[in-house]
Design a protein around this ligand. Structure first.
Ligand SMILES: [Zn+2]
Length: 451
C-alpha cells in the first residue's frame, strides 16, 4: 500500500523496539508468570497507537481489549491475538536467552516473537499507521488479546459471553501460527475440536510381587485391553456411534482439499517413517481435516526406570486425545466413550475430562471470507493456500458459535518460526509484511458496506 510505506519506513526502528519490549516481558500462562505486567505493557502500547484500550479481567489472566472507529455503516472486525507464551524450557537449547530478544540474520529470536506477540503487534502497528497517515481506519476495529491461549483459553468463552455486546462484530480476523511450509501464504477457516481424557484402571490397593500375577489382576493389562477395544488395526475407532455426526466436506471444501499440497514422501523422510498412519480409504488431507482421531498421548504404569523389577502394577493411566470434526460434540462423544467402556465390561475404569472444545469452521464461500482472501492475495503477491480447517484445535467456536461470526486465520510468521520450541523467531521482513497485510485486508473489508 503506497501511502503508508514512508511512515512505516520512518518508524521502523521504533516498531522493532516495541516488539523487543513486548518479548522481553515474560508472560507464561502455564505458570501464571508476568501476565498482568504484559497486559499492562500491551494496554499502554495500544493507547499510544491511538486505540481506546482497557483491560478485561477474567478469573485467570486478564485480556486486553481495544477499539478504533465507530462508523455505523462500516463493517466491524474483531481482531484476535494472544500475549501469553509457552514456557521457554529447555533453556540450554536456546542460542540467546528466550526473554532477551536478539536480532540475528534478519530474524528476531525470543519466546513469543512469532507466537504471538509479533503477529498481533503487526495489527496494532497497522492501526497506528492508518491513523497517522490517513486519520482514520477503513473499518471499525475491536481488538481482543487473550492472556491464556497457550493453556487452552479457559476463560475466553465466559469472557465472550459476558461482553457479548462489546465484542459484537461482523468478522473475526487473527494472525497466528506459521505460513505454509512452501512459503506460500496460508489461510485457515476452522479448527477441529478436542476431548482430552485421562483413563485410570486400578487393580489391588498396592503393587504386588509378580510371582502372584496368575492370582492378582493387573491394572496395566486391563487398561491396555480397554484401549485396544476402542480402535482397530486400520485406525478405525470402534466406539459405537462415534462417526454418527461426522459431516463430510461440502463440494467447495472438497475443491479446497484437492488444492492443499501435502508431500507424503518428504514428510515421512523427515520423520524417519516408512509411511503415514491413519484410517484407510481417505486422502491424508481429508483424514487431517474432516475425520476425527483418537490418540494416546501418554501411557503410564508399573516400573519404568532402567533395569528390571518384577511387579504387578496396581494402577495404569492413559492420556487420550480425541480430535473432533463437525458436527461431533464433546459431551456426546464423552457419553459414547463411557457407554462403550461400560458395555464391554470396563465400567470400573475411571475417566476424567482434562479439557474439551467443540470443532468450529467458517464456510469458504462466505462473502467476507472471499474479501479477506482478496486482501491476502494482494498483500503477499500470490494466491493463498486455503485450509477449510486445521488438524489442530483451538477455541475458535467462541467466535463462530458464541458470537455467531465468520472467523478467518491468516498466519504472518514464516514456516520455521519454531513456535513452542527453542530459538523461536520471527523474520523482520515478515513482521513488516504483516503490518502491510493487515492494512490491505482491512482496506478490502472497508470497501464493503455492512451487511
Ligand atoms: Zn502457541
Amino acid at each position: 500500500v503506497v501511502d503508508i510505506a514512508p511512515y512505516i519506513e520512518a518508524h521502523r526502528d521504533r516498531f522493532l523496539r516495541e516488539l523487543f519490549a513486548l518479548v522481553a516481558q515474560p508472560s507464561i500462562s502455564a505458570r501464571g508468570e508476568g501476565l498482568a505486567e504484559c497486559a499492562t505493557l500491551l494496554h499502554g502500547m495500544m493507547e499510544e497507537a491511538g486505540i481506546r484500550a482497557r483491560i478485561l479481567p477474567t478469573r485467570t489472566a486478564p485480556a486486553v481489549y481495544g477499539e478504533v472507529g465507530a462508523d455505523p455503516v462500516a463493517p466491524t472486525v474483531l481482531v484476535y491475538g494472544h500475549y501469553d507464551v509457552q514456557p521457554p524450557e529447555p533453556l540450554d537449547a536456546w542460542d540467546s536467552p528466550p526473554f532477551v530478544p536478539t536480532l540475528r540474520n534478519g530474524r528476531i529470536y525470543g519466546r513469543g516473537t512469532g507466537d504471538n506477540k509479533g503477529q498481533h503487534l503487526a495489527h496494532i502497528k497497522a492501526i497506528e499507521v492508518m491513523l497517522q497517515t490517513r486519520g482514520r481506519v477503513p473499518v471499525n476495529i475491536k481488538l481482543l488479546i487473550d492472556g491464556e491461549e497457550e493453556i487452552g483459553s479457559p476463560s475466553l468463552a465466559d469472557l465472550v459471553v459476558e461482553h457479548r455486546d462489546l465484542l459484537r462484530a461482523d468478522l473475526m480476523y487473527a494472525a497466528d501460527g506459521p505460513m505454509h511450509e512452501s512459503g506460500r501464504p496460508l489461510v485457515f477457516l476452522g479448527l477441529r475440536g478436542v476431548l482430552y481424557l485421562e483413563l485410570t484402571a486400578r487393580g489391588a490397593n498396592r503393587d504386588v510381587h509378580s510371582g502372584q500375577s496368575d492370582l492378582i489382576p493387573n491394572a496395566a493389562w486391563r487398561l491396555v485391553r480397554a484401549l485396544h477395544s476402542m480402535k482397530d488395526a486400520d485406525d478405525r475407532i470402534l466406539i459405537e456411534g462415534f462417526y454418527e455426526d461426522v459431516l463430510p466436506p461440502t463440494p467447495v471444501e472438497r475443491d479446497l482439499l484437492a488444492s492443499v499440497p501435502l508431500d507424503e514422501v518428504a514428510w515421512c523422510r523427515e520423520l524417519g517413517l516408512r509411511g503415514l498412519g491413519g484410517q484407510k480409504g481417505l486422502r491424508p488431507q481429508e483424514r487431517l481435516m474432516f475425520s476425527p482421531s483418537m490418540n494416546i498421548s501418554g501411557l503410564e504404569s508399573g516400573y519404568t526406570q532402567p533395569g528390571a523389577m518384577t511387579v504387578i502394577p496396581s494402577k495404569a493411566t492413559a492420556k487420550l486425545d480425541i480430535y473432533l470434526v463437525k458436527n461431533q460434540r464433546p459431551e456426546a462423544i464423552l457419553e459414547k466413550v463411557r457407554a462403550h467402556l461400560r458395555h464391554h465390561g470396563w465400567g470400573d475404569i475411571e475417566m476424567k475430562v482434562l479439557f474439551s472444545f467443540p470443532p468450529s469452521k467458517t464456510p469458504p464461500d462466505h462473502p467476507l471470507v472471499q474479501v479477506v482472501l482478496r486482501g491476502v492475495e494482494q498483500a503477499f503477491g500470490e494466491r493463498p493456500i486455503v485450509y477449510p480447517t486445521l488438524g489442530g484445535y483451538a477455541a475458535n467456536y467462541v467466535f463462530t458459535d458464541l458470537l455467531g461470526i465468520p472467523a478467518v486465520w491468516v498466519p504472518y510468521a514464516q514456516p520455521d518460526e519454531n513456535n513452542h520450541a527453542p530459538n523461536e523467531n520471527l523474520r523482520v521482513d515478515h513482521f513488516f509484511r504483516g503490518i502491510q497485510a493487515t492494512v490491505r485486508v482491512l482496506d478490502e473489508l472497508g470497501r464493503r458496506e455492512r451487511s
